[in-house]
Design a protein around this ligand. Structure first.
Ligand code: HEM
Length: 378
């Protein structure tokens, strides 16, 4: 009897003990993804819920978090800002770049590039190219009216010519490679196919990277070499008002460089040249003190594209006038010397300065070694 009582008590207390133990170690009830609550969205605050609140009513629904990611909200990251300035931010915040809709910055940049820079930039370049061709067809090369005298004046020193030549060569490589990178898929890819175009674009991109620094350095030399004779002078406004006399018999008088050349110098070489170089250096992450984020690259790319399109257009005019458009101009840049007739007809004030001895007809020291043309008038 006593034995059966003890056994009964053991069972009762044993059961109670295990119940208590179970109550103490009961596992945490996690949200079950299968507990779908179709009516959770009826809550008036549903759309304002944080990700934590949402997971209580709809486990596994991370829409609030992804909405924030899509809206450009930056999360936390343990990476140092100096090494990864955009860690924690997957999609950039909303912006409206000129010409884009209000959207995340990556998409806004894409819209500016694809809807504006490529179609309008490309059309602008083509229109100017056709205009130059029509001008050449209708007006033709500006020829000398009088016969050459055979007496030469030194227009460009060897140093000036070398600086110009290096700069022009670098510019040509940059312009051709840049145009293929931007527009090649429209006019080259359909002709040469994807494999060849891929290789070509890859090779030209590398050529672009090498020619860039060469252009930057030679640009600074060109600017400092030619700045003195491109300073505004009396008569420049008159030259511009009359379009240089391009459509009349005689050119308007000008100094060593006419007002048209001065516009190209200040607008094209100085302003656009420096902007193009500056934005290129930003894209190469070479300018110190900047935060190199995606938006930095997007802005630098848009500035680089616009300034390059303008520069290409301006220099198409410069190259045309320096080659096909003006008889003897390229000769002057190639040899350094122009005939007196050329100087008188194109830069009469400069010619008068040379004649009056205010400007030397022979500027470089080459004459001393006897390498200069013997006909130089001194
Ligand atoms: C790529 C082909 C180029 C050709 C064929 C070319 C041709 C010429 C010629 C013939 C002249 C002499 C004009 C004169 O005697 O008045 C000249 C002058 C000049 N060129 Fe070029 N050029 C080219 C590119 C460039 C580039 C890329 C730059 C600078 C970014 C440049 C800057 C200048 C400057 C500063 C002058 C002196 C006249 C002035 O200051 O306006 N050229 N060029």
């Amino acid at each position: 009897m006593m034995r059966s009582l003890i056994a009964t008590l053991c069972v009762v207390f044993g059961t109670l003990g295990s119940v208590c133990a179970q109550a103490q170690t009961a596992p945490v009830q996690s949200a079950n993804i299968m507990d779908v609550q179709p009516d959770a969205s009826a809550d008036p605050n549903y759309s304002k819920q944080t990700n934590g609140e949402r997971s209580k009513v709809q486990p596994g629904n991370n829409a609030p978090m992804w909405r924030q990611v899509g809206g450009g909200v930056t999360g936390t990251s343990s990476l140092p800002r100096s090494e990864a300035p955009e860690a924690g931010n997957l999609i950039q915040p909303f912006v409206q770049y000129p010409g884009s809709r209000l959207t995340n910055a990556g998409e806004a940049w894409r819209q500016v590039r694809n809807n504006w820079l490529i179609p309008y930039g490309g059309s602008f370049i083509l229109i100017v190219l056709v205009a130059i061709a029509v001008f050449y067809w209708r007006v033709g090369c500006i020829k000398l009216h009088d016969k050459p005298t055979g007496r030469l004046i030194e227009r460009f020193t060897p140093f000036e010519r070398s600086a110009h030549m290096v700069n022009a060569a670098a510019f040509s490589i940059l312009a051709i490679s840049g145009l293929v990178m931007a527009f090649g898929k429209f006019f080259l890819l359909p002709v040469i196919g994807t494999t060849l175009f891929g290789w070509l674009a890859y090779a030209l991109k590398n050529a672009h990277n090498f020619a860039g620094p060469l252009f930057a350095v030679s640009l600074l030399i060109v600017i400092s070499t030619f700045v003195k004779d491109n300073l505004p002078a009396k008569g420049d406004l008159n030259w511009l008002m009359k379009g240089g006399g391009m459509f009349s018999e005689h050119e308007v008088k000008s100094g060593r460089f006419n007002a048209g050349e001065k516009v190209v110098f200040w607008a094209g070489v100085f302003v656009l040249g420096l902007v193009v170089v500056g934005s290129g250096l930003v894209m190469d992450k070479l300018l110190p003190g900047l935060d190199y984020e995606r938006s930095t690259m997007q802005l630098a790319h848009m500035v680089h594209s616009v300034s390059n399109i303008l520069m290409v257009v301006l220099f198409m005019g410069h190259i045309y006038l320096g080659t096909l458009g003006t008889e003897g101009a390229l000769e002057g840049m190639k040899t350094g010397y122009v005939d007196e007739t050329w100087a008188k007809e194109h830069h009469e004030l400069w010619y008068e300065d040379v004649k009056a001895g205010r400007v030397p007809a022979q500027r470089s020291a080459v004459a001393a070694s006897g390498a200069a043309p013997s006909t130089v008038q001194t």
